[in-house]
Design a binder for this molecule. Structure first.
Ligand code: AHR
Length: 305
């Protein structure tokens, strides 16, 4: 946790200086998680648009949520001898072997958005991403204030084993754990999708006698929250009024829900982050020096007006 720099700090500041430099002829391979939710496709589009702007030949592979597809894509990038590989990993485990293959081929790997759990940190150059743990803490702090430290929460978790699901949960629990009156009473994965969130909330509604005694829903992303909102409305409940609704991403659909009073707060995860990621890689290719292992993109809390 100590080996990181905030975006805008010295490392990124230096890297950003190269954004105005003429087009690069580099070829990058990007292995993306999938297309779940609204945030992920916005991130993919930004990476593709920004690559075009910078003259980067981007080989884009959508893994549709399957790690085995990501492993195949990374091996294909190695065979094509791309200049750099970018990975947004579905889950944190299972990366040691393929990253070692990239290293042996002399191809630097950069993590975007999600993290990996590898013993040898030299297998990747750096990770450029938001702080998911902080997002969970921001959500917990907001809810602690709103509920004056007394709240029974139902939690919709993201994809099991993914960095955002692990870290958002940890951050949220770290804060609410400070308040004896706050606890998570139900938790289940909705896999970061609207349908998943709806199904999980339907089950919670049944098992808690229409959310009796429940004060809040913490969803690890907005799409699951949007599904939860639908399920609650279908059950005759009033999301945002009967129950506080807090989630992460701040996608346009949740902004509408905040405006309509169906949601109460969302922590923004920026999707237009190609402008932060590419300069770091371009600069590294020109001057391959050690970078901090984590370059952090800030997160902001938004609440209903
Ligand atoms: O890794 C970031 C998370 O992945 C986003 O919060 C979620 O919407 C996406 O699926």
């Amino acid at each position: 946790m100590n080996n990181f720099k905030w975006i805008g700090g010295a490392v990124l500041g230096a890297a950003m200086a190269f954004t105005s430099v003429t087009a690069s002829a580099a070829t990058f391979g990007f292995s993306q998680v999938g297309s779940e939710g609204d945030w992920r496709p916005a991130f993919s589009k930004d990476m593709q648009d920004e690559a075009k702007k910078r003259g980067i030949d981007l080989k884009f592979a959508n893994a549709q949520g399957k790690q085995e597809d990501q492993l195949r894509a990374v091996r294909a990038f190695i065979a094509q001898q791309v200049d750099a590989i970018i990975i947004a990993p579905v889950v944190v485990t299972g990366w040691d072997q393929v990253l070692a293959e990239a290293k042996a081929a002399g191809i630097p790997v950069f993590l975007a958005d999600r993290d990996v759990d590898v013993a040898d940190k030299s297998l990747f150059v750096t990770r450029i991403s938001a702080d998911f743990n902080l997002e969970g803490k921001l959500a917990g702090a907001w809810l602690a204030t709103e509920s004056k430290g007394s709240c029974k929460v139902v939690e919709l978790q993201g994809t099991v084993g993914s960095a955002p699901a692990i870290e958002r949960k940890k951050g949220f629990e770290a804060v609410i754990g400070q308040f004896p009156g706050m606890e998570i009473v139900k938790t289940q994965s909705g896999d970061f999708t609207t349908e998943g969130g709806k199904k999980v909330m339907e089950a919670f509604i049944k098992s808690t006698n229409n959310l009796e005694g429940i004060c809040a829903t913490f969803a690890h992303n907005d799409n699951m929250q949007l599904g939860a909102i639908q399920a609650m409305k279908e059950a005759g409940l009033k999301p945002g009024k009967d129950v506080q609704m807090i989630s992460v991403d701040y996608v346009p659909a949740i902004v509408k829900a905040l405006d309509a009073g169906d949601a109460n707060a969302s922590v923004e995860l920026r999707s237009a982050i190609g402008k932060f990621i590419y300069p770091v890689i371009e600069e590294y290719l020109k001057n391959p020096t050690d970078l901090p292992k984590w370059i952090v993109i800030p997160s902001d809390l938004h609440t209903a007006k």
